[in-house]
Design a protein around this ligand. Structure first.
Ligand SMILES: [Zn+2]
Length: 52
């Protein structure tokens, strides 16, 4: 039986930064879905330590 995997990859536009829309170095952990660049800004608001 073939398992449906479409739900996991719903479209190509799913995996992109929700701030700048970039797809580079996307961070999906912590349910952030932001690129590394924007992560720094988000991290400060989320009380994250320096990334990298
Ligand atoms: Zn970004």
């Amino acid at each position: 039986m073939k398992v449906k995997q479409a739900e996991k990859f719903k479209g190509r536009g799913m995996r992109k930064c929700r701030i700048c829309g970039g797809t580079r170095a996307l961070i999906r952990s912590h349910n952030l879905y932001v690129c590394r660049r924007c992560f720094r800004e988000v991290a400060s608001s989320l009380n994250f330590k320096k990334y990298g």
